[in-house]
Design a binder for this molecule. Sequence first.
Ligand code: BGC
Length: 383
Amino acid sequence: MKILRQLLIVTSMATIFTAACNTAEEKTEPANAAPEAQMKQEKWGTVDGKDVYLYTLTNKSGATIKITNYGGIVTSWVTPDKNGKSTSIVLGFDSLSGYLAKPPYFGAIIGRYGNRIAKGSFKIDTTTYTLAKNNGVNHLHGGDKGFDKVVWHGLTKKSSPSSTSITLHYVSLDGEEGYPGNLKVDVTYTLTDENELSIEYSAETDKPTVVNLTNHSYFNLTGDPSKTILDHSLQVNADKYTPVDKGLIPTGELKEVKGTAFDFLQPHTIGERIASVEGGYDHNFVLTRKEKGLELVATLSDSISGRKLEVFTEEPGLQFYSGNFLDGTIKTSNGTAINKYAALCLETQHFPDAPNQPAFPSTLLKPGEKYHTITKYKVSVSK
Ligand code: BGC
């Protein structure tokens, strides 16, 4: 009897698990897919009555990236350091509860608009749209419930011999967080055997709207968030940046970095000049582009671990945020306090407040147009 009951429990658990896995709409994999490039899916919890999963992408060298369909969050990216020790180079939690406590956008997809829109208001033609003011008097990262706090769905999985991809879909309804138009969004993450994470964003709308999508991963290349990123070295291909007012809204000026603490044309450690930047780095760099497509725009490196992170993008801007508002109140899953400068973000984007700044590259998306942009992060290690 007892054995029968146990058998029943095991069978029903297997059925639940299979059902969970089957919610993923899987695309056919080529028959010759390399066994090394893999994706594993597990149930992680429930939010808003919707199933949340954790997907693990593994490549040939054994690096893994974990992504959840809650907020499209990259929860970990485990890669070896120069001594072969593998640790995660991004801040994240082992369980969904860490994210439900609303950490400041750890690893998430940011949308409909990355960074700030002044006074939570903008105009398209003659219509004024009013958004949530969730950052003082301004609107930040899509509002009270941006793309980082919703459950994405319709996952598809694609594998090639040298990469593994997943796509998350989200339909942001007309009026959501104050934005006009039903916006259909796809985000595809691909982990390659070259230790690259490529993030491909696409969107379409049925009314004119504004769109500026990015990823908010916080990097600490030492893999140890008890250490700061102040000794990391950064190089950014930007000869201008957008100065901001007290509310971190661009003044509209494109200022030369030459002779300032914002000059990262040659590599500098982050700590070297940070004391002279009020509040720390939290600025949009105007990328100096040589071509239109995907281009190397920034390189971050850490001599302790030997790790290097290269950022490639098609976007015109890069928000370099040095983790100034982290204050130790949030702890990692194993209890380490996440203090100021414990990690930094390199968010590829159009410029903050572009909907109110006609001189900035436009973020307007009209029906019939396709929003499409790719950013790639590549990790390598030198001894
Ligand atoms: C913004 C910061 C903000 C941080 C986390 C960054 O993208 O530029 O001002 O505090 O995100 O909330």
